[in-house]
Design a protein around this ligand. Structure first.
Ligand SMILES: NC(=O)c1ccc[n+]([C@@H]2O[C@H](COP(=O)([O-])OP(=O)(O)OC[C@H]3O[C@@H](n4cnc5c(N)ncnc54)[C@H](O)[C@@H]3O)[C@@H](O)[C@H]2O)c1
Length: 434
């Protein structure tokens, strides 16, 4: 049987996947956002996750299923999904204001797929979810929208995405992919599709729930380990010890795990553990350790802002007259993504002290920051500041020299170096890092 693929949700995850699959299969890329589809059809990915040349190389102007030829056809018309027989869902799975899973996009996409589903089709979910979500939450929507019965009429699988935004070394094509299916033939069918485009193959998980859990554990593990480093950094701060020095020393032991303190933002590490704790609490278990990690990491923005204010006051500054420059706004280094950026927490906390604030970031879209957070991102620094908060370790910030910093800070000014990247350049300034 020929495989005609549909990818639902052409974001950070869906687009690179659709592009890769389109080198081998006819692929319909579907996204609700018409503007996104228009940009993609012009060969432009504004997330910069995908090289525009690679995108342009696979784009086709007409529906690829009739011809059966490989290529990517992007559309926001759900009718175009008809005729596909292998659906991959890669839509967002955020949390709501109570940090509970918001399954609206996922269930909405399931409904869209359900309407295009025919007997014998497979639906694979890539969105990060709690164990059980695919079969307990998504399958009923597929059944209702399609009028088909699971598992006899259609089958499902789950294959978590493991991309690391901004990472050009560990990529979709060279990272082993976990695959799973509702039964053995489906597992093999799902594995065969992914294996045909990946360099390092797949890992066959024994059940969908296992694959769902594996993904959420990857991110929860990182969250907790970073939370431990953040807590240590609060403790060591009181002891006058630099945490990065401690980690470098402890890291000489063969089994020491390399984690560093920092802000945990974005849509994965800071969000996915809530999916797990939500499901755990539904099953009557209160996940204290995971919650504690979330609490520590979610407190770091406020902590950093308060440390900045304390140091300014200790230096005899009047807060209302102080000028503070925040460098970096994205949720991590060298990406344009500002979703759930914890730099916003620092800024919002500093604003409560009425310091004069400016923000710069070479990677983000200032308009997006204004729309999402109501904050102004300036093109460039203006004059000298009493404090500079280097919040994100973007490559150009790593390369700052002492003389660059002298162009930004008043003599003896406060350098808040969250990621500890500028310590060597800090002579002559008041230095603080996590
Ligand atoms: N970005 C990452 O680094 C990453 C890594 C691993 C896993 N994930 C997971 O993958 C999933 C997708 O994340 P993302 O970062 O690609 O999200 P994204 O916001 O970049 O993209 C999602 C796309 O889906 C579209 N969309 C939303 N609802 C839709 C619907 N009902 N039908 C069709 N399209 C719809 C949006 O318009 C958007 O373009 C999430 O569950 C996320 O947790 C993300």
């Amino acid at each position: 049987m020929n495989t005609y693929i549909a990818v639902i949700g052409l974001g950070y995850v869906g687009l690179p996947l659709a592009r890769l699959l389109a080198t081998r299969y006819p692929v319909v890329g579907f996204d609700l956002k018409q503007e996104r589809v228009q940009q993609l059809n012009q060969g432009v990915d504004i997330t910069q996750e995908l090289d525009n040349q690679l995108l342009r190389a696979v784009l086709v102007p007409e529906h690829p299923v009739p011809s059966g030829k490989p290529g990517l056809y992007c559309t926001s018309d759900p009718e175009a999904l008809k005729g596909c027989n292998f659906f991959i869902v890669a839509v967002p799975t955020p949390v709501d204001e109570h940090n509970h899973p918001n399954l609206k996009p996922l269930l909405g996409a399931s409904q869209t797929v359900g309407k295009a589903l025919s007997p014998g089709d497979v639906v694979v979910y890539e969105s990060t979810v709690y164990p059980g979500c695919t079969e307990e939450d998504c399958v009923p929507v597929l059944e209702e929208a399609s009028g088909l019965k699971f598992p006899q009429d259609f089958q499902v699988g789950y294959s978590p995405e493991r991309i690391n935004p901004g990472d050009r070394v560990h990529t979709l094509v060279n990272t082993v992919k976990i695959v799973s299916g509702c039964d053995q033939p489906t597992l093999e069918r799902v594995a065969a599709v992914y294996e045909s485009v990946l360099e390092n193959g797949v890992h066959r998980a024994p059940a969908i729930k296992v694959a769902e859990a594996a993904k959420i554990v990857e991110n929860t593990q990182r969250d907790i380990n970073i939370a431990l480093m953040n807590e240590l950094s609060i403790i060591f701060g009181r002891m006058g010890i630099n945490t990065f020095d401690v980690i470098r020393a402890a890291g000489t032991k063969w089994n020491f795990l390399s984690f560093h303190p920092g802000l945990v933002g974005g849509h994965c590490i800071g969000v996915d553990p809530y999916y797990l704790t939500y499901k755990a609490s539904q099953l009557g278990y209160h996940a204290q350790m995971i919650d504690a990690g979330r609490f520590v990491n979610d407190s770091m923005g406020g902590y950093i802002a308060k440390q900045t204010v304390k140091k300014l006051l200790a230096a005899g500054k009047n807060l209302h007259d102080s000028r503070v420059l925040v460098m970096g706004f994205t949720f991590k280094e060298n990406v344009s993504d500002i979703r759930n950026s914890k730099v916003a927490q620092i800024v919002q906390e500093l604003q409560t002290y009425h310091v004069g604030l400016e923000i710069v970031d070479p990677c983000c879209d200032p308009q997006e920051v204004m729309t999402e957070y109501g904050l102004q991102v300036s093109n460039a620094p203006t004059g000298l500041y009493d404090a500079v908060v280097v919040a994100v370790a973007h490559q150009p910030y790593r390369a700052l020299t002492r003389s660059d910093l002298q162009q930004l800070l008043v003599p003896g000014g406060l350098l808040v170096d969250i990621k500890g990247i500028l310590r060597e350049q800090s002579e002559g300034f008041t230095y603080w890092s996590l």
